[in-house]
Design a protein around this ligand. Sequence first.
Ligand code: GLV
Length: 329
Amino acid sequence: MSSETTDARVHVTFELPTGAAAELAATGLRTSVYAGPTGEPRSELLQNVQGASGLIALLSDRIDAELMDAAGPSLRVVANFAVGYDNVDVRAAAERGILVTNTPGVLDNATADLTLALLLATARRVVESDRFVRAGNPWQWEPDLFVGLDVSGGATLGIVGLGRIGMAVARRAAAFDLRIVATGSRASSAEAAALGIRPVELPELLASSDVVSLHCPLTAETRHLIGAAELRAMKPTAVLINTARGPIVDELALVEALRDGVIGAAGLDVYEWEPAVSPGLLTLPNVVTAPHIGSAGLATRERMGSLAVQNVAAVLAGQPAVTPVAVHA
Ligand code: GLV
């Protein structure tokens, strides 16, 4: 470790997974850890970050200019414990010479697994069926009992924003014999072609897909990418899956579309005003909800923690970050 890191302190806004915490301890860096219930209160975070050289933060921590200024000139790296980094003001960081890193590549499979779980649960009405049986309703085998959308062999999956996670979803979908269309620059790649993915523009994707799954990052351009008009452009039987970021969908428009039969169903892991969920969603039978658990696998969370620690340690030792985020002009 270079001498400039000797006094460096890393503030962590949550308790890292065990292995990652051990890795951080092994760096020899001083640390301060917020050990209260998840979500370091803003006022405490603003105090605790003062004088820190590194910060390991959650996607629910707002890392903005105010926080960077509260940290002061010592702050050199913010490692977000997530692949998405819409909670970080990357421009304010760049202006202050602070590097921002995320955790790409280590959570693709876990997130794709949850996407398929929501897809299958929603299309085949698994949660509705579970509630029905548990409620003690009388039933017997019937031709039209909880009939849903056929997933395998013939249905079309539309992947909005084909990237690493979308590609992992596509690999799974290919095993279900789904036809796959996708938007995004990688939709025209050789890797996509090998999976039988057809590149399309969003209007065609919305009109032709039985399942629409969102995998783009949240940016100014993708906020409310799916609003009332886009929902109306989808098939009345369509299933919408969102394991990306809540504000990509206009949630109030979604509630209306689900209530009025504009689309068939939705499987949601993320919400526009997270952790709040629009009450309208919770009373609809054609919605399956999860509390933002896309990457919630034990080994996945360790890998995310390890990558965050490696990023902080590298930057504070004067080395390039392992997974810096791109700052667009
Ligand atoms: C989770 O949502 C992540 O961005 O890692």
